[in-house]
Ligand binder design. Structure first.
Ligand code: 13P
Length: 252
């Protein structure tokens, strides 16, 4: 059985004080969600303080990006081992906003995911097609290229630390969720692709999250799909009550 992951990507929101107060509100609301892995991803500057606030809880910490070198003259970058040092267990890699605005490519995603895994972090590797790509029937080829490039050279062992997130770009922050069937179709494709590129047991075990306008009122339908193993939530993860409701999708 694949243990569901509900992860909140806070993007560029919240001061340290706001982040700490949000998790203090969240912790009691999700304390009973023991069958789900719950993750929050604040901005870099809040990580360490949020880690302190999360100590002893069932909520885990993620960063939103990392660099692939351990140290050196790389002004402005943050190494995976420093994220671990700050209390992270996860890092998001290759989010579409990083691909779109900051020049992330499948090659840099690959280097970052490898470095994250080497440092002992779990990497949430994001893929997803744009609206133009979907409308020109390129969804599957785009996803295939991103998965093949992003996960190239990974050993079977590394998959214990890999979570894949399918986030169709047209569904991010638009209120336009992929339908349950649209999301399931791509998730099933990704799982078959992993079976083809690696092997069936890796494909059966890897968790594939859906992201793009996930809310308390659509999470249940998405999570009922056989190949959807969790959610990467943006807007609805910024408030404790809506994120907790998503994490409690089983009870909705
Ligand atoms: P929204 O849930 O705001 O659409 O954002 C999704 C996302 O990009 C999560 O990484």
């Amino acid at each position: 059985m694949r243990r569901p992951v509900i992860a909140g990507n806070w993007k560029l929101f919240k001061t340290i004080a706001e982040a700490v107060s949000m998790v203090n509100e969240l912790k009691p609301l999700v304390a009973k969600c023991q069958d789900v892995e719950i993750v929050v991803a604040p901005v870099f500057t809040a990580l360490s303080r949020v880690a302190d606030a999360l100590a002893g809880s069932n909520v885990k910490l993620s960063a939103q990006d990392c660099y692939w070198e351990e140290e050196g003259a790389f002004t402005g970058e943050v190494a995976p081992k420093l994220l671990k040092d700050a209390g992270c267990g996860y890092v998001i890699v290759g989010h579409s906003e990083r691909r779109q605005y900051f020049g992330e490519t499948d090659q840099t995603v690959n280097k970052k995911a490898k470095a994250a895994i080497a440092a002992g972090l779990n990497a949430i590797v994001c893929v997803g097609e744009s609206l133009a790509e979907r409308e020109s029937d390129k969804t599957f080829s785009v996803i295939e290229t991103q998965i093949q490039g992003g996960l190239s050279g990974f050993s079977a062992d590394a998959f214990d630390q890999i979570v894949i997130a399918y986030e169709p770009v047209w569904a991010i922050g638009t209120g336009k969720t992929a339908s349950d069937a649209q999301a399931q179709e791509v998730h099933a494709f990704i799982r078959q692709l992993i079976a083809r590129l690696f092997n069936q047991s890796i494909a059966d075990a890897v968790r594939i999250l859906y992201g793009g306008s996930v809310k308390p009122d659509n999470v249940k339908g998405l999570m009922a799909q056989p190949d959807i193993d969790g959610a990467l939530v943006g807007g609805a993860s910024l408030k404790a009550d809506s994120f907790a409701a998503i994490a409690a999708f089983n009870a909705l």
